[in-house]
Structure formats: C-alpha cells, structure tokens
Design a protein around this ligand. Structure first.
Ligand code: FAD
Ligand code: SF4
Length: 339
C-alpha cells in the first residue's frame, strides 16, 4: 500500500486567509481542493509539499453566479458543474466536465483542480520504486527526459479535459494572491513546458472562471481515451463557432488537448472558417489545417501517428456537430471501438 508522506494541514476559511498562508510558506506549501490528483501524486512522491492548504472550507470558492456571463468558483465540484443548467448551456464545457474521471472522482474533484492538473507521462505517472529503477526523469528527481533524451525540456502532456473547452469558449480566470487580484484569459494560464506548465505564480490561488455570455456561440468537446467508462484524454478537440442567422461563421475557435504540455490553439485553422458556411468542403480544409499543429509524443496511450490522424477526424466530427448534424452514432461507436 502506498502511504502519504507526512505534511502539515491548514484549513483557511477565506481566499484572503489562504493567500496569506501561501505567502508565508513560499515553495513548500501547495493548495489542495478535491485532492484527486494531488494526493495520489503525493503517494507516488511526485509532489511532496510539507504543507497542504485545504480549500474545501472556503464557501466563496464554491459559488456559481450569473453576471456578465457566468462566474464559476474554482472550488465548484465537477458534479455540481455538470448538473447546473446554466453550465449545460455551454455545451463544450459540460461535455468535457462530464467525461472527467468517474462519478466518485467528480464528486470530489473541482474545476480549479482540473484546470491546474499536473501534466502526465508514462515515465512519470509511476510509483517511487518504478521511477527510481530508471534513475527518475527530469520532471522529478532526475536529469534525463526518457521520451526524448536530447530534449532540454519536459514533454509531459497537458491532460485536463476542461481547459481546452474553456479556451474554446473564450473564458478568463481570476487569480488572487496576498498582493491582489489579476484576470487573464484561461489560454494564458498555460505554457508549453511539462514541469512549469502553469503561468500561475506559486503564491496565487485560482479563484474563479468567467464564461462570457453565449451570444450565439455553440461549442462541443471530443475526447479520445482507452476506456469509455473513465480515462484521461490522450487527444481531445474543443471547438466553438458563432453562426449568423444564415449559417455563416462569424467567429470560431478550435483547441487541441493532450497533444503538448499545454492546450494548443489553432487560430489559423479557425480563421479559415470565418465568413463562409460550415459546408463539407470547408470542414475538410479546416480539419487538415487544425490537425497540423498536433504533435503528440510517445508518452501516453495509443500510437502517436494514429492520435495525430484522429485529430483530423475529431475536428471534422466536431464541426459537423456544430452545424447541427446528428453525430450521436459516431460518438457511441468511438466509445465502443476503444474498449
Ligand atoms: C483514476 C483517475 C482518473 C482521472 N481521470 C481524469 C480525466 O479523465 N480527465 C481529467 O481532466 N482529470 C482526470 N483525473 C484527475 C482529477 O481527478 C481531476 O482533474 C480533478 O478535477 C482534479 O481536481 P481536484 O480538485 O481533485 O484537484 P487537486 O488534486 O486538489 O489539485 C490538483 C492541482 O491543482 C492545484 N489546485 C487545486 N485547486 C486550486 C486553486 N483553486 N488554485 C490553484 N491551484 C489549485 C493543486 O495544488 C494541485 O496542483 C483523474 C484522476 C484519477 C485518480
Ligand atoms: S516527458 Fe520526459 S522529463 Fe517529462 S515526465 Fe516524461 S520522461 Fe520525464
């Protein structure tokens, strides 16, 4: 049985108190929300904070509120999120959140924890003894990247389901520290580095996500995983389009998940859609362009060549769905074929 290492646990009652605690323990404290990612990582000694600052007692983090769009507190559980009718209107986010892990894990896991989820790699997501046997790796305790030994940076994969969906929807995030608050696009929370994958400062707490008003936007999320019941994504496509009354695309965003250390936006491909209809020819052209930046590495499940090929297919299915085609049979057959 893997045991947790010793740590001090602190339970602030407000974001302000949590920010002060974080500021007083720079580098040695970590935030914990549902703990569904962090606690298994601590058992495997991938992350070993000496202090955990629990966010579960902070009521203000658990609210979903109407405003100019929707404000979702970082401590809202994925189950609450998925059952909220206002969130369900943001279809892509709802589909992404509903496919995270299992019902039990969604009961505990929060949207904030999902957004800040650690990056993943076959050489890293192993117990301590396994990692020790290969002399560890650059992400924790070692020096070499076993995926690409010449690489100077870790290539671990961004595996959050909700981040690509939030970026496709144009969401922003507010971060709070003892020094104040700042709001940035969710897209700017990430960098393409498997170790330093967040631009969030160590003293900052993710406080809330702001979803802009729907204003004619439709969105969807497609996820590739080994088991239909639960599994991390090894490829995902989040797409959103704003359509005029005659079906002309006024704006579009396509974001790829699990193909790099951060969600990958494809603005050039999305721009090809603008000003025209969502016709078969346009969709085929855009799917080719959107798949181009996908560079899956050989450090998760399935062959990387095949994952790259599926990127094109998923963009196609996503855009067909957004123009109103019935793609339910396609979704079912993907889940069945991979079991
Ligand atoms: C078997 C299994 C399957 C899973 N499948 C999936 C999956 O399919 N898709 C997926 O996306 N995830 C999956 N997960 C991971 C995890 O369950 C979810 O990502 C969950 O949403 C994490 O939320 P949490 O609140 O439990 O995060 P925690 O474990 O509490 O925290 C995760 C990270 O976020 C940081 N953090 C948490 N809250 C904040 C905050 N407010 N501000 C700043 N930092 C914060 C923590 O410090 C930590 O680094 C799976 C986990 C397991 C064990
Ligand atoms: S990509 Fe390389 S450095 Fe990063 S976790 Fe995997 S093996 Fe380690």
């Amino acid at each position: 049985m893997m045991r947790l290492p010793y740590f001090e646990y602190r339970a602030p009652r407000s974001v302000r108190e949590a920010a002060d605690m974080l500021a007083s323990a720079p580098g040695s404290a970590m935030l914990v929300a549902g703990g569904t990612d962090l606690l298994p990582n601590m058992k495997r000694r991938q992350q070993v904070p000496s202090t955990l600052i629990g966010l579960r007692q902070i009521g203000e983090l658990k609210e979903i509120a109407n405003g100019d769009g929707l404000r979702v507190g970082a401590g809202v559980t994925l189950t609450t999120l998925v059952h909220d009718a206002r969130v369900q209107a943001y279809t892509g986010l709802w589909q992404a959140a509903a496919q995270v892990a299992t019902p039990h894990l969604r009961n505990m896991g929060t949207i904030g924890g999902n957004i800040c989820l650690d990056t993943r790699c076959n050489y890293y997501d192993q117990n301590y003894e396994w990692r020790k046997a290969i002399n560890f790796c650059m992400k924790k305790d070692g020096e070499t990247c076993w995926v690409a030994t010449a690489s100077h940076r870790c290539l671990a994969v961004s595996s959050t389901d909700t981040a690509p969906a939030l970026i496709a929807l144009g969401a922003t995030a507010s971060l709070v520290s003892a020094n104040g608050r700042r709001t940035i696009p969710v897209a700017d929370l990430y960098r393409n580095d498997g170790i330093h994958y967040l631009t969030r400062q160590p003293n900052e707490i993710l406080e809330a996500i702001h979803l802009p008003p729907l204003d004619g936007w439709r969105s969807t999320y497609w996820k590739l995983r080994r088991r239909g019941a639960f599994d991390f994504p090894v490829l995902s496509v989040a797409a959103a389009v704003k359509l005029a009354a005659d079906g002309t695309v006024e704006a579009a965003r396509i974001v790829l998940g699990a193909v790099a250390s951060r969600p990958v936006e494809t603005p050039d491909a999305a721009a090809l859609l603008v000003g025209g209809p969502l016709g078969d020819a346009e969709i085929a052209r855009v799917a080719d362009a959107a798949a181009r930046p996908a560079r899956p590495m050989d450090n998760t499940d399935f062959s990387l060549v095949w994952r790259k090929r599926v990127t094109r297919d998923f963009v196609t299915y996503a855009l067909h769905e957004l123009r109103g085609d019935d793609v339910s049979a396609r979704r079912r057959s993907i889940a069945r074929r991979l079991l």
